[in-house]
Design a protein around this ligand. Structure first.
Ligand SMILES: [Zn+2]
Ligand SMILES: [Zn+2]
Length: 286
């Protein structure tokens, strides 16, 4: 048994340390398949994205590690790609990758010409809610989920990244209740769109282990996922090698306890379901 992780960052984007450091740490943490998914470059100032001029070096670095460590670990080449209609979308990169993670970090343009950052400091989040939605938090949050759904419908990724990350702002200030029916409706509509489009939803542990928020999505959503039989992967969205498998055992046991039986694993160019337990995916000998 061993783990997989398909969402990770190195110092090519906003992660710490080099790509090789993650491979060495992954081996120590009993990971058999590891995907690099640094933030895809954008054509505007973005401090956490890969420098557009360094994208080919990123690709070469991952390819090199893939071949150097091929007898020890399965390395995959990916990007976490933003979705800003007319600006950046999964298709811009996905042909160069083994798979892609599609995540929404930006909303519409603000008065100063920059895009509204959804998962930055609450102060910046507030500016967008005020300028774009006249302080109507429900509308702002619904539009965030609508943008996730638009991405799923128009240019689906392989994996949907942290799709309820907007809730992180509830940690600093109570903006809305996850019990509100409009909020639940937005979550369920996004899940159903993922299901329809055959997109894998990630269970992302970062919000919990960094104490920024909670798991993405929240635990109550896992039951909605189970009911709809939506394919999932377990990802840490690690930005440091020590975070690669953070919370994985705990979450795997919890998922199993609500009746989820499989995690998706990348094999022969696509994702397939594989059984798991609290120690990881149960490997089938070829
Ligand atoms: Zn992200
Ligand atoms: Zn990420």
């Amino acid at each position: 048994m061993a783990w997989t992780n398909y969402h990770s960052h190195t110092n090519f984007s906003d992660g710490k340390l080099t790509a090789k450091d993650y491979v060495l740490a992954a081996l120590e943490q009993n990971v058999f398949q590891y995907g690099f998914s640094d933030h895809a470059p954008v054509q505007f100032e973005c401090e956490w994205c890969i420098d557009p001029e360094k994208l080919s070096i990123y690709y070469d670095t991952v390819d090199q590690l893939k071949s150097t460590f091929s007898d020890k670990i399965d390395i995959l080449k990916s990007l976490e790609i933003d979705y800003i209609p007319g600006e950046i979308t999964n298709s811009d990169f996905k042909n160069d990758l083994d798979y892609c993670v599609g995540s929404v970090h930006f909303g519409q343009k603000l008065e100063d010409g920059t895009y509204w950052v959804i998962d930055g400091p609450s102060k910046e989040f507030d500016i967008g809610v005020k300028e774009l939605y006249d302080d109507n938090i429900q509308l702002a949050v619904e539009q965030y989920f609508a943008l996730n759904q638009k991405m799923l419908l128009e240019d689906p990724p392989d994996i949907l990244g942290h799709f309820d990350k907007v809730k992180m702002h509830n940690k600093n200030r109570f903006y809305f209740s996850e019990d509100a029916s409009w909020y639940k409706d937005a979550i369920v509509a996004t899940l159903e769109t993922a299901k329809k489009q055959n997109v894998i939803v990630e269970i992302n542990t970062r919000g919990r282990y960094k104490k920024i928020s909670d798991y993405y999505p929240s635990q109550w959503v896992w039951r909605e996922i189970k009911e709809r039989n939506i394919p999932i992967v377990l990802n840490s969205d690690c930005h440091h090698p020590r975070e690669i498998t953070k919370e994985f055992s705990l979450v795997a046991e919890e998922l199993a306890s609500i009746g989820i039986k499989e995690l998706m694993v990348f094999e022969n160019g696509g994702f397939v379901p594989r059984a798991f337990d609290g120690d990881g995916v149960i490997l089938v000998e070829p």
